[in-house]
Design a protein around this ligand. Sequence first.
Ligand SMILES: [Zn+2]
Length: 220
Amino acid sequence: MMTSPSFQPTPSIPFELRQSPIQGLGAFATRRIRKGARIIEYIGERITQAEADVRYDDESMERHHTFLFNLDDDTVLDAGTVHNESRYINHSCEPNCQSLIDKGHIHIYALRAIEPGEELTYDYAYERTPEMGDDAEGLYVCRCGTPSCRGTILAPEKKAPARRKKSASKAKRSAKAPSKSKSKAASKSKAASKSKAASKSKSPATSRSKSAGRGRRAAS
Ligand SMILES: [Zn+2]
């Protein structure tokens, strides 16, 4: 897999890939990573939401697919076809990293100082969709093993308040960070207003309604 033509290796990344207690291959720090450091870009083929739905149907898959990452309402990054080491960073409900979208790119940042040997994780926060049934939690089960594990990779249930709270604290956090904070805030609010429009226009008759929902990672 490391030699596949669709694999785009990143030079001098601060982690190595090896077997993880969480799942499959994981990313483990090979040197100390300072808080706020940008670790790697999440690389994936840029496809439409509709194309992602066509490619992956969770209902027919043994296990949920974890390589889709929502860039915005129209675009998904599919790291199943084009990818780098970033896709091996596992999910955790108590992560030491976070994903942020900036100018059409998704990067993984350190939430805190990370010591060599620590596994890098971030919260995939799979978007809940109206089409997801009662079995969704079981489909997207989390076994990260942290004390506050919520048992699912799906984003926490209380959607709107959690999001508002999150973005508020993030604004505080990123205010300390360099230039990216401004463009970040801008793209966020754009995405927010867009998603409102999108959810209005999406009718239940779309092909999506047939599925239990296909999980996409979402930026924190
Ligand atoms: Zn968990």
